[in-house]
Design a protein. Structure first.
Length: 311
């Protein structure tokens, strides 16, 4: 890094987004983004959270970027930095201080970051860097994003869909059930992905003879591309209630019944975000074809407040 003092500032509407796109590509962050797409990344037209964005420059050259989404009173950051360059520690420290100030103004107490890993990986350079900056692992289990192509899936010829039905449960009720059943990781993910009541939300349940809910599935129907009519299912997941002992066959029947509902809607792609705490769900998904692992990651958090200096 140059001996010139780094300058940390907020991203402006009139910034050179061509330079930012080139920097992202040169640093292996995204080879596909154009200037307008980078502008939208920093200034999204529709986004559920307020967003703050920062860049660090040295002699008018960008050396780091950071985006901060203000969720409730805490913040989730997205960093773009060359982890191997030790000189960047000072830069990242300074940018984290900016984000910490934003959170403190809202009465918040921590920053969160989702670190990408290889599937099954326990440590890498990014995790090591974040630990040096005061972040600590918040997830007990890895989260995994997987995809299924519905063109490659067919329902069994004699699939029994009895007792599997679309339900009118409220989002609050689903969240309460997940929480009460000790499924905190998926409750948090569900609350983030299903923030508002929409016609695209689909909730299905499996009920026993006493009409008690023994399992829940949920997903959102979305267009793969706004300019296309091809549909996908996002935010898909399953929850089997621990107070009811379902057999492996019953669990698989429920999953297949839910996928059959997607087939009826002519959904072409299905994306699921799962916590590895629930291995039974993960193995069921893989067995049905969710073997395209898109990403795996851990959540880390950093406490802030009075005396929130980074290390």
């Amino acid at each position: 890094m140059s001996n010139s003092k780094p300058i940390i500032r907020e991203v402006r509407q009139d910034d050179d987004f061509e330079q930012m796109a080139s920097w992202l590509k040169a640093n292996g962050r995204s080879a596909a983004l154009h200037a307008d797409q980078v502008r939208t990344m920093f200034f999204p037209k529709t986004w559920p959270f307020p967003r703050k964005s920062y860049v660090t420059e040295v002699e008018s050259k960008i050396v780091a970027m950071m985006l901060l989404d203000l969720r409730d009173r805490h913040g989730v950051i997205t960093c773009t930095i060359q982890e191997a360059d030790v000189d960047h520690l000072e830069v990242l420290n300074g940018m984290l201080e900016k984000c910490a100030d934003d959170i403190i103004e809202r009465g918040g107490t921590y920053l969160a970051y989702f670190a990408q890993t290889e599937f099954g990986q326990l440590q890498n350079r990014e995790l090591y860097l974040l630990e040096r900056l005061g972040f600590r692992t918040a997830d007990e289990y890895m989260r995994v994003s997987a995809r299924l192509s519905m063109d490659e899936w067919e329902a069994p010829e004699e699939l029994d869909t009895a007792s599997i039905c679309v339900d009118i449960l409220s989002l609050e009720e689903v969240h309460r059930i997940l929480t009460d059943d000790g499924n905190a990781p998926n409750a948090i993910i569900f609350q983030h992905q299903f923030q508002t009541v929409e016609t695209s939300n689909v909730i299905l349940t499996l009920r026993n003879d006493q009409q008690e809910i023994t399992a829940i599935a949920y997903y959102k129907v979305k267009k793969v591309d706004p300019s296309s009519d091809v549909l996908s299912a996002t935010a898909f997941n399953l929850h089997f209630r621990p107070t009811f002992e379902l057999t492996k066959q019953e669990k698989r029947r429920f999953l297949q019944g839910v996928l059959h509902s997607m087939k009826q809607l002519d959904i072409r792609k299905v994306n699921s975000l799962m916590s590895m705490k629930h291995v039974d769900v993960f193995t069921l998904m893989v067995r049905e074809g969710f073997d395209e692992i898109r990403s795996s990651f851990f959540a880390l958090t950093k406490a802030i407040g009075s005396g929130h200096e980074t290390v």
